[in-house]
Design a protein around this ligand. Sequence first.
Ligand code: BDP
Length: 616
Amino acid sequence: MKSLLTILFVCLSVQMNGQDFRTANTEDIALFPQQNEFRNTLDLSGIWKFKKDSLAEGEKQQWFKGLSDYRSIAVPGSWNEQFDDMRDYLAMAWYEKETYIPASWKGQRIFIRVGSANYAAKIWVNGQPLGQHEGGHLPFAFEISSLVNWNASNRITIQVENILKPDRVPTGGDVATGLFNNFPKSNYDFFPYAGLHRAVWLYTVPSAAAIADVAINTGFTGNDGAVEIKVVAHGKASQGRISIAGIQAPIRFSGGKATASIKIPNVRRWSPEDPFLYTVDVTLTEGNKTIDHYTTETGVRTITANSKQILLNGKPIFLKGFGKHEDFPIYGRGTAYPVMIKDFSLFKWIGANSFRTSHYPYDEEYMRMADREGILVIDEIPAVGLYFHGDTAQLQRRQSVCHQYINELITRDKNHPSVIIWCIANEPFPAKVGLTSGEEKQGDDQALVSLKTLFKQVKTLDSSRLTTLVGVMGGPSDWLTLGDVTCVNRYWGWYTNPGDVRAGAAMLSMELDRLHQKVQKPVIITEFGADTYPGMHAEQPEMFTEEYQTDFIKAYLDVADSKDFIAGMHVWAFADFKTSQAIMRFGGINYKGVFTRDRKPKMAAHYLRQRWARKN
Ligand code: BDP
């Protein structure tokens, strides 16, 4: 299934873009680059050369032979925040970096890995076309061995382009839903930041034989951990071993694949209270000689659901947390490790145990951090603002990109114990939506088929986790029965019944009972919240004040507490974030954060801390 999809994407993209640029092979992102005695890494983060290409003439003028009249830019980072003339610029731009490659890397296979280039990228190495990738929130990699200059500098050129279009995911431009009257014209509520948002790495793997993938599945037999590890190797790998918790298991490869099943007596179960990670060491051998090794970590845990609860290691778990964004002033959507560390420390401070990677996959370090800190993750592909009516060719393009994202996301994140739910879409839209009335509209058949196909793909790639899609207010409830968990975003008391939290909460309560009766699945409210201008107060709660946000959140949590099928409450949002300009977005900011954009607590954050800490 996996390789069939890969072939399909390769064919599609060669057809569309000519023969010059290969499409990235998803299997190449299976293992994060690693430095050890057999492998090398070089992080190219830092200052790059940068040039705007508003006329899209760079390719014709061969800018890949070296940029002239360039300026400096930081990578990672969004270009929109680094230059005052680039804030709303979303078309084409070029990045270039010169680097030496250590002589000690000779004889190894050398790759480049781009963590995130939003939205579409083309790469050249030393002026030679290398490959291309679509989608701004997942990594891609290419082998560059044959293009490397030894004893001389190497020029890496990356063209990045972020034009908002209806056939892209997330969607933008003149889209059929016309939901957002905003600028820039995204079909979603966060700023369409552009650029190289995550690190770019060069890395090596041994050339004779190399570990290409490690997939870990965990379970229990009584008190023992049952760990199944599947290894894929390239080249002439015939044998090796796996070690975990001091236990060693030999592996033998057949057709490049090997599997080991290991029992860990009296296993320590991974959980938010005890996020214990076991080190998994995979070694390839030739006779007595070790020829490659790769180390990763795993938490031994299971995740299941019944009709009312989510069960971690067989016990009910209630998700307390947030939907959030990768967003910070000046960095834009660029990875900012101090912000990441701060966010995790605030999760602890406030008593949260989970978050959703709304509305796209996050930096890989974020996922490792969640594993270490015991924070549960709903991992979401960038399918926000998806719709199923209008132009059929565009619909097919969007569908095929979603399949690509699912493939890439599961390939990248499959070993994180923190990831408990795969989310295939945020608020997919039916042709008509009862946004303000809350009245349920019907989904069309085409949408149902499309969504079912995405769910099927997820389960084929990974049946060990739960699945969901996040439903929009007034959206069709038959879509919400497709996953294992039903997730809904609700704004009664904000967009509907504005100013009246009590009426909103009463509507919410009624609607949830109806919904659960239909879906018979655990329900998570993945978004609920109110825009709140920090420092604005009133004796009686009033919209936009800190009192109103606190009252709103309290009312929703009280409704949730009264229902045994609510399995989690994620406040929207963790922090204020930048979005497109619109009359509902004062200063281009969504103010629903319980922390400000620079992570200062609003009154609601203190309230949540008191409430969630009490329940811990
Ligand atoms: C929801 C979206 C989210 C928005 C939020 C809001 O999922 O991206 O930011 O509404 O309006 O519908 O604040």
